[in-house]
Design a binder for this molecule. Sequence first.
Ligand code: GLA
Length: 726
Amino acid sequence: MAIYFDEGTKTFYLEGRDTTYAFYINEFGYAEHLYYGRKIAREPLTYTRGLIAGRTCAAAVPGLDDAGYSSYQYFATELSFFGSGDYREPTVLAENECGDRLSELLYDGYEILAYKPKISGMPSTRGEETLVIHLKDKLSGFGADLYYTVFEDTGAVARRIIYKNEGNPALTLRRAYSFAFSLPSQDYELLSLHGAWGRENQVERYPVHFGVSSVDSKRATSSAAINPFMALISRGATEELGEAYGVSLVYSSSFVLKAEGTGDGQLLVTGGINDFDFSWALSAGEIFETPEVLLTYSPDGIGGMSRRIHDTVRRYLVNESFVYKARPIVINNWEGTYMDFDTEKLKAIIDGVRGTGIDTFVLDDGWFGKRDTDESGLGDWVVNEKKLPGGLGVIASYLKEAGMKFGLWFEPEMISPDSDVYRAHPDYAIKAPGRENCLTRHQLVMDITRDDVRDYIVESVNKIIDGNDISYVKWDYNRNVTEFYSLGLPKDRQSEFAHRYALGLYDLYERIVNAHPDVMFEGCAGGGARFDLGTLAYFPQIWNSDDTDAEERTLIQYGTSIAYPLSASSCHVSVVPNHQTARATDMKTRADIAELGAFGYELDASLFDDSDRAAVREQIAEYKRCEQLVLAGDLYRLDSPYEGNFFGFMLVSKDKSCAKMTLYRRMGRPNSTVKRFVARGLDESKKYFVEELGTTLSGSTLMNVGLLPEFSAGDFKTVTYHIYVK
Ligand code: GLA
């Protein structure tokens, strides 16, 4: 049992192995946050509240005189509301039939469920015991149920809110966030992952301040511009020291996460569905379910937070049938051929990798409709027999004979104006009446808020998957929504569009991804522009970036690893000069960095000679040897490429018997200083064999004295160490 209720103080304690999350119902029936941090005794914490609540010049709780104390404004919060003296970011804003936007959501009982209910139409973590706090507005019939599940092993808390209209003739939600909680000070920095195409998940950190700091997307998807994640870390926190709170949304559409420094010195943390261009009509008797948020606390710095997030995500979110299983080692033809291929060319690529250990060939964009350039064909999920006479079956049989599996690229949500499906159903594309569409990459987005459009996609995509022995699908998404409008919605409900896009997307995932439990689906969005936990609930891995340059990848993969396990990140070796950066790095460097994720290749393997094949064989053997560390191990980030000339990752098995260090030096310099990397995560008392040195050293030596790698001359070089108990 992880949830305790103290009747006397009306305090709820949600306990992990080494964490406590506590809140109580105060004398006004307000759900007031008390604490999230290291495990503490189950003692009353209400003594922490008096000084803060007892401040002057604030509106008193309705019904009291304005003695200047007991104002909603100063209660640390689990859900804040607007219009009764609280001027902080409200968690919810509901307009009732008379036009007022006020609510006073106060305690109306609790339940502890023995199970964790699913969210209808949206992904969420798997869990057990769940606390539900019922809040109700006496006047309007509006209510909110706060859901909490704590994961005992990691101390992470999954939260969400169900908003309910219990009898109001007509309510409109103008904001419906998933959570709120308060930190007791503003001594934090906000860490976020920002970027762009080819430069995803770059790390930024800055001090929070009075007022609101936020990350958000208004695109109807999460985005490469800012990931739906933020961490609040104590000022100056390092990988190992300081406190860190992770806030990860399990959601794939427009979102916002906020940290608001308020005048009383507290920090309000809140967010969920972006309320920009959002509303939701809630008739009497209806409910609105918000997406889940995963809150993670670590007393062991940013690294500790990441490890807890990784464990929670791997154990409770990612598809159990794939998460720890050996991943397909793919050869993808995209950078090898782009759309310029035919059956013979593909066969030559397959021949090029025979016997190397590559087990899956992924045929990327260009196999369907009229698709020789990106100007046409999307939506016509019918094989292009001009390029591939005899259809995909010919490739499938060729692969079978080579002992390999078949993967295929789709971009299911898209439609090209120059396509048969568009000519027959121009209305399938998102369009606002009278307005010209914005094109990106010559394509439009389909209106997947509509049932008939989704039915078309499901039927045409499933037909190809089912008919061609496909065992792997790369699901791409190469542009953002522009005209936020649906012909399927009445005019007063158009602001429901972005959330309905998410619901449509999850319906597609259910009917295509979950309908094929043996097929590995890889997420992709012009690289890593839809790298979020909503997607990861269906796709065990996501293409991290179209930028396959090893140097760039150290930055991208470092940032991504802060909020996502390495097993989620798909990484390929490509050719040099790199197609995105024109940079040349050694094949070894490219492989060492790509082996820090789900590994594969992306090049024209028909050009391989025997020595290339031998190198690939070796790289795959190395990846296989350490794959369980990537899929299930603990990650320690030893050095940050954002801070200097080096990058260092160390992966350690859960039983601490085996580890791998991957170290990278960006620029070689003459007579350079010697760099020492100190190991992390080992057992101090164990003796480890360091294979590359042929030496046995104890965990304590490795973790205090460290190793001094000798990088070969030149730029962009790696050194790896295999460290294990013999
Ligand atoms: C996106 C993907 C690439 C490739 C192309 C195909 O850019 O990220 O990997 O699949 O689309 O058009």
